[in-house]
Design a protein around this ligand. Structure first.
Ligand SMILES: CC(C)(COP(=O)(O)OP(=O)(O)OC[C@H]1O[C@@H](n2cnc3c(N)ncnc32)[C@H](O)[C@@H]1OP(=O)(O)O)[C@@H](O)C(=O)NCCC(=O)NCCS
Length: 130
């Protein structure tokens, strides 16, 4: 039996705090999304070599809850490059408190636009071959 594993580069590893909980006692979805936005922007900025803005979040899928005591991880990979935009698949996994088992909790596609100094869309530079 094949076991699913995280795909992509680990860009965020953080523990949610009690202030990040919703009224049901699980971690607030907005906190999860903001960590995923931050984690994917690391890859977008590195690829674009400029500042970027998040223009879209697609296919957001909350699979399981995140709880206080879990360690929250974002794994990111570029899945599409356009002229000025980049789409990054983000998988959020937690290391569960107590068991330390890895479980996927959320996934989504974040699209960023590369911006010039005036905030206008600017082309993604060609990748240099080493
Ligand atoms: C990012 C921004 C400057 C782009 O301006 P724009 O007028 O939409 O620019 P364009 O129409 O030239 O599109 C730029 C790129 O974004 C892509 N894009 C625009 N809207 C999109 C959407 N909803 N989904 C996916 N891609 C989108 C376009 O396809 C294009 O990609 P390409 O060059 O690779 O083909 C503008 O939308 C903006 O400022 N948005 C707010 C960003 C922000 O504040 N983010 C933080 C939110 S908390």
């Amino acid at each position: 039996m094949s076991e699913e594993k995280p795909e992509g580069e680990l860009t965020v590893r953080v523990q949610p705090m009690p202030a990040d909980l919703n009224s049901a006692g699980d971690v607030f979805g907005g906190w999860v999304m903001s960590q995923m936005d931050l984690g994917s922007s690391v890859l977008a900025v590195r690829r674009a070599k400029s500042r970027v803005a998040t223009v879209a979040v697609d296919s957001m899928h909350f699979v399981r809850p995140v709880r206080v005591g879990d360690v929250f991880n974002c794994y990111c990979r570029i899945v599409r490059e356009g002229k000025t935009s980049i789409t990054i698949k983000v998988e959020a996994w937690v290391e569960r408190k107590g068991t330390f088992r890895l479980e996927k909790v959320t996934e989504a596609d974040f699209t960023f636009v590369a911006l010039d100094d005036l905030g206008r869309p600017t082309p993604i530079p060609a990748e240099k071959s080493e």
